[in-house]
Design a protein around this ligand. Structure first.
Ligand SMILES: Nc1nc2c(c(=O)[nH]1)N[C@H]1C(S)=C(S)[C@@H](COP(=O)(O)O)O[C@H]1N2
Ligand SMILES: [Mo]
Length: 423
């Protein structure tokens, strides 16, 4: 059963009575079938003191759509505007975005396991390790009392555009086949990680800061990633509790997540609960076998199978479906460009596979670590076309003609051929 109209009348009217709207019904049907709809109509919220609520209440299922099971919902978001990649991700469609900031409801989600619902009252952040002199725990209120900082930054999965290794280069890479939408630009509010480390008495021989999330289904019991102390101390590296002026949404790591500007998205650990600071380097899955460039061009470093990913690369993409269809005639096309190394200086576009380039108009002045919007006018003639865009940043970096293949398909950033059929 896929559509709301196939539901028995009594169930649709019961749903209406219980305040379950059509969109939610559709969502429930899509994710949990008839059983999920029945559950939602019977009892939408499970009381916090329900028998099966976890004792320490760090992982509550209150409010999740499949409240009857002991597994939390895969996503809390309405999923309609996304490209779905099972339980791994909700991909944004850039064509749904007009502005400079990505609305939270359109922001992509990348989870290693299901999203979790953390009860903030029982939640604590512990800071510990051999390179702190005052290990301590922070409640959410403790964190909120610290000086706040807001950073405008894009967040991008290292595997964004991975599908293009297959679609453009003809060599498929392992992993979620993201198109162009595993990226978004948010207004992040929180505290500088460096301040929290200071309060825990970080020592001068600290080298590595391991961030650990609460998700238990991750291969190592909690998604984790180490940052070098210099990046951890950068005032713009945040422990964020706000996105776009509101509380951090559950899918994005409520109540607290790391936001590591310019770095691969995997370092921005969601549902953060533990920080371990050490005088020696941490090697965990996410910097040895995952988030590592593996291939002939990449010798291993430390305990890693290849080159460990840290910063992102410069990229651009059109805010159009891939491939796209347009009516013949004049169009104003727009897109997004971002670089971890500085502001975008220019974006060029080509309609002849990169033989000649024209300059686009870069819109608003770029703030901090944000992406830039660009636009250009194109008079589309009937037929098949391939457009490309190529960004250059103020540090002189530009998108390379070719991205070398790596097994896990990270950092695809050659100018993306964008097929457009004009009728
Ligand atoms: N705890 C936790 N944090 C996580 C992940 C995860 O699975 N669990 N996924 C990471 C990856 S791979 C990415 S790209 C970003 C995505 O952030 P978003 O879902 O808020 O867009 O979160 C990172 N942080
Ligand atoms: Mo990611």
């Amino acid at each position: 059963m896929q559509s709301v109209s196939e539901l028995p009348d009594w169930l649709t009217s019961l749903a209406r009575e219980r305040g379950v709207d059509r969109r939610t019904l559709l969502h429930l049907l899509g994710t949990g079938g008839l059983a999920a709809v029945l559950m939602a109509c019977a009892e939408i919220r499970v009381p916090a003191d329900a028998e099966h609520a976890p004792e320490e209440s760090t992982r509550s299922i209150e409010g999740s759509s499949n409240a009857a099971s002991d597994k939390p919902a895969a996503y809390f978001k309405e999923t309609a505007p996304f490209l779905r990649h099972g339980e791994n991700g909700l991909e944004s469609r850039l064509e749904n975005m007009q502005g400079f900031i990505t609305p939270s409801r359109l922001f992509f989600v990348r989870n290693n396991s299901a999203s979790i619902d953390v009860n903030v009252d029982g939640w604590r952040l512990s800071v510990e390790g051999d390179a702190v002199t005052r290990p301590r725990e922070f409640s959410f209120k403790d964190i909120q009392r610290l000086p706040s900082r807001t950073v405008i930054s894009y967040l991008e999965c290292a595997g964004n555009q991975r599908a293009m290794f297959d679609l453009v280069m003809g060599q498929a890479a392992q992993g979620t086949q993201w198109m162009t939408g595993a990226v978004g630009n948010g207004v992040w509010t929180g505290v500088s990680l460096g301040n929290v480390l200071e309060l825990a008495g970080v020592t001068s021989d600290a080298v590595s800061v391991l961030l650990i999330g609460l998700d238990t289904e991750s291969p190592e019991e909690g998604w984790r990633r180490a940052l070098p102390i210099e990046k951890a101390r950068d005032p713009d590296t945040l422990l964020a509790y706000g996105l776009n002026g509101e509380d951090l949404p559950q899918d994005h790591g409520y109540p607290l997540r790391a936001l590591v500007p310019g770095w691969v998205g995997s370092a921005s650990v969601k549902w953060l609960s533990r920080i371990v600071v050490s005088a020696s380097q941490f090697w965990t899955r996410n910097n040895t076998t995952s988030y590592v460039l593996i291939g002939d061009a990449y010798p291993g470093e430390g305990e890693a199978l290849g080159k460990v990913l840290t910063t992102q690369v410069i990229k651009s993409a059109l805010a159009l479906p891939w491939p796209a269809e347009l009516d013949a005639g004049p169009h104003r096309l727009h897109g997004y460009a971002h670089s971890p190394f500085g502001a975008i200086a220019r974006v060029d576009w080509s309609v002849d596979a990169g033989a000649t380039w024209n300059e686009t108009r870069v819109l608003e002045p770029q703030i901090q670590h944000s992406w830039a919007r660009f636009e250009f006018a194109w008079d589309a003639q009937a037929g098949a076309h391939t457009l490309m865009t190529r960004a250059t940043d103020t540090a002189g970096n530009t998108q390379p003609d070719k991205t070398p293949f790596n097994e896990k398909g990270y950092l695809f950033n050659q100018p993306l051929p964008h097929p457009i059929s004009v009728k």
